[in-house]
Design a protein around this ligand. Structure first.
Ligand code: PMV
Length: 330
């Protein structure tokens, strides 16, 4: 028996970093997915194959006949720890400790780009392995286990990534709980700098800055929270889409400035943000932890111009859509 499950990437529309301090954030699933096949094996081992994880690098092999990891790419080792934890958590949940599991992964999501590739692979693995064991988990239950995986691997996480990946659509997220918002079809372009930042290090950097200068930093974090509240009001309001996009674009630009102020932007990210605005985007900002990774632009009627501008300044544009679907069994 072989089970195939998939889970989407996400972008954080508003509120990254401030969400770590209990402020709300708004995130959406997008139409890039990770696919995981799961089956039992006779060797009572965990076997992970991930031949097309989209990061340049090496083949990684793990010892002691316990874990075999085949990948042509580097950041593979990091992905491995999410997959391994996800399998073990579900195996414990199903009380089937000795069972050998083989998972095979293919992914459309670039690793380390701030698009939630680790959460997507964890969520898709939980989906596939739980189904293999005959567990019927709801997307919320998958999200909770995905958050547990992140905490075990990263040490700290708000849980927003696995929640969006498991549930799909548009979510307003705060302190572990979420509210589904109506899906607004945003004409956007995601721009990948081609470099990656470490979420763990960036979260630690913001915390250091906050500890060093709370009087300066706390109001910025508070403002980020207010940006998210305004964005939620606009998403829920009965405006026509032109007004909605204009107001959301304004908030994106403010949120980008605040993220720059807390120290998570880079020249590469700013280049893509300003090139997008000059090419006609109404708003453009970092998405995710920053330090490299991705930005996104809101560009009604100008998506191909913005994509070209991003490419000219050295980025990789992706014209993506919001995905209503979270984790699913294929
Ligand atoms: O690196 P990403 O895209 O998964 O962003 C993480 C978002 C942060 O707010 C920076 C951290 C978190 O745990 O919420």
């Amino acid at each position: 028996m072989k089970v195939l499950a998939s889970a989407p990437a996400k972008i954080i529309l508003f509120g990254e970093h401030s969400v770590v301090y209990g402020k709300p954030a708004i995130a959406a699933a997008i139409d890039l997915r990770t696919y995981v096949w799961a089956s039992f094996n006779e060797k009572r081992a965990i076997k992970i194959e991930a031949k097309d994880i989209k990061v340049p690098g090496l083949t990684v092999s793990f010892s002691e006949n316990e874990i075999y990891f085949e990948s042509d790419y580097g950041k593979a080792a990091e992905v491995l720890s999410y997959v391994k934890q996800a399998i073990e958590i579900v195996r414990d949940e199903a009380d089937k400790n000795g069972k050998g599991i083989t998972v095979s992964i293919t992914s459309q999501i670039p690793v380390g780009a701030g698009l939630g590739s680790s959460a997507a692979v964890a969520v898709a693995t939980i989906g596939a392995v739980s189904k293999l064991f005959g567990l019927e988990l709801t997307p919320e239950e998958v999200a909770k286990l995905g958050h547990k995986v992140e905490l075990l691997v990263q040490g700290a996480s708000s849980g927003i990534d696995p929640t969006v990946s498991a549930v799909g659509g548009f979510l307003y997220y705060q302190k572990g709980s979420f509210e589904e918002l109506p899906v607004v079809e945003l004409p956007m372009v995601v721009g990948y700098t081609g470099t990656s930042g470490s979420t763990k290090e960036l979260v630690a950097k913001v915390r250091r800055n906050l500890n060093d200068m709370p009087d300066v930093m706390q109001p910025i974090i508070d403002s980020m929270g207010k940006v998210v509240e305004r964005a939620k009001e606009i998403i829920l309001a009965n405006y026509d889409s032109r007004i909605k996009f204009e107001l959301l674009g304004k908030l994106m630009n403010i949120n980008h400035g605040l993220l720059d102020a807390i120290g998570v932007s880079t020249k590469g990210l700013s280049d893509l943000v300003y090139a997008s605005r000059e090419a006609g985007a109404i708003g453009a900002k970092i998405t995710g932890a920053g330090g490299g990774g991705c930005m996104y632009a809101l560009a009604p009627g100008k998506q191909s111009e913005v994509a070209t501008a991003i490419r000219i300044v050295g980025g990789m544009p992706m014209i993506t859509k919001i995905s209503r679907e979270g984790v699913r069994i294929e």
